[in-house]
Write a protein that binds this ligand. Structure first.
Ligand code: NDP
Ligand code: OXD
Length: 309
């Protein structure tokens, strides 16, 4: 029996090497060299084409190559009854926290403003809020967003989180549900969006959300591009209501060259690299889950298809 890896990155041979060390008895196949479909028990995938997984008749587990699973649920022909497992990975979380902290501090300390002044050779002090006066809001306070909120609270920011259900985060007030979205946004001058993409969170960063945020606020979007209405963001930046945005994820990836986001003076963007799955860290949980399934146990970190995350 075999594991099939389908990735769009060039890290396939690296995964093969790491799997070879950890599970030498498991045959490793790297897409497109799928071989006999009947041999594949485990699939480790990123953005599988519709119908790809259903064509593997002996599949026991679908592993996402990331924390998000929206790229799997996009397939309307998923095989029924096969558990979908996401990554819950310390290294992935750490990188996401780094990215969120980096841009929060950048906005809080007005780095874009000072960079503009440097271009003009202008020596001028901008007004600076105290850390405890800066209200940061984290949309999605699960594995990653929870760690982001705790780290920012540790810096001394006035942090709030927003989740679907009520939960406790040390150092942060958590707002829950749609009914509390507007008050959450209304108190948040820097919003970090680290939500999973589901029907409920699609287009959630829209003109209404931006209007609810205080004038001069910032958006850091690291969940999924489908959450951000890019034309609404551009309008809010151009009107001066929003002061800046840091974007890692986009509706269309790679971001088309024609997108005005590339050159907008208030936008910093990166090519979906806030966190990059590293086999040296992520492999152990896949190995553990394969072991569990072989022993007849349910895998860990199975997502709920009804919730979509
Ligand atoms: P989790 O499932 O651990 O947490 C999700 C959080 O979002 C939970 O707090 C959940 O609420 C909340 N949430 C979900 N739906 C809603 C909703 N409708 N309204 C309000 N809150 C909601 O996920 P992770 O933290 O592990 O990952 C989050 C996302 O980050 C991934 O799905 C992925 O899209 C993105 N990501 C991006 C990366 C990048 O490189 N840019 C890298 C890694 C992840 P509740 O607590 O009530 O369940
Ligand atoms: C993820 C990602 O979901 O890299 O892990 O986006």
């Amino acid at each position: 029996m075999a594991l099939l890896l389908k990735t769009s990155s060039d890290r396939g041979p690296w995964w093969r090497e790491e799997f070879g060390k950890a599970l030498p008895d498991l045959e490793f196949r790297l897409w497109p060299a799928t071989g006999r479909a009947e041999d594949i028990e485990f699939a480790l995938v990123w953005k599988p084409e519709p119908g790809f997984l259903r064509a593997l008749p002996k599949l026991k587990v679908i592993f996402s190559l990331g924390a998000g699973v929206d790229h799997i649920f996009e397939d309307p022909h998923l095989p029924e009854g096969v558990p979908i497992v996401r990554l819950v990975d310390e290294q992935l979380t750490r990188q996401m926290v780094e990215y969120a902290v980096l841009h929060t501090l950048r906005f809080h300390r007005q780095v874009p403003g000072y960079e503009a002044q440097q271009r003009d050779k202008r020596w001028h002090e901008l007004p600076q809020k105290m850390t405890r006066e800066r209200r940061v809001g984290v949309m999605g306070v699960g594995e990653i967003g929870g760690a982001v909120a705790r780290k920012l609270a540790g810096f001394g920011f006035d942090v709030a989180g927003w989740a679907r259900t009520e939960r406790k985060i040390e150092g942060a007030r958590v707002f829950a549900g749609r009914g509390q979205l507007t008050p959450f946004l209304g108190r948040s001058e820097i919003v970090v969006c680290v939500l999973p993409l589901t029907p409920d969170t699609t287009d959630i960063l829209n003109a209404r959300a931006f209007a609810a945020m205080p004038r001069g606020s910032y958006v850091i979007s690291i969940g999924r591009g489908g959450q951000l209405v890019e034309t609404d963001l551009l309008a809010a930046l151009d009107s001066g209501h929003l002061a800046g945005a840091a974007l890692d994820v986009f509706r269309e990836e790679p971001l088309p060259a024609s997108s005005p986001l590339w050159t907008h003076p208030k936008v910093t963007l990166t090519p979906h690299v806030a966190a990059i799955t590293d086999p040296r860290s992520a492999l152990s949980q896949v190995v553990e889950n394969i072991g569990r399934v072989r022993r007849g146990l349910a895998p860990l970190n199975v997502v709920d298809p009804k919730r979509g995350y």
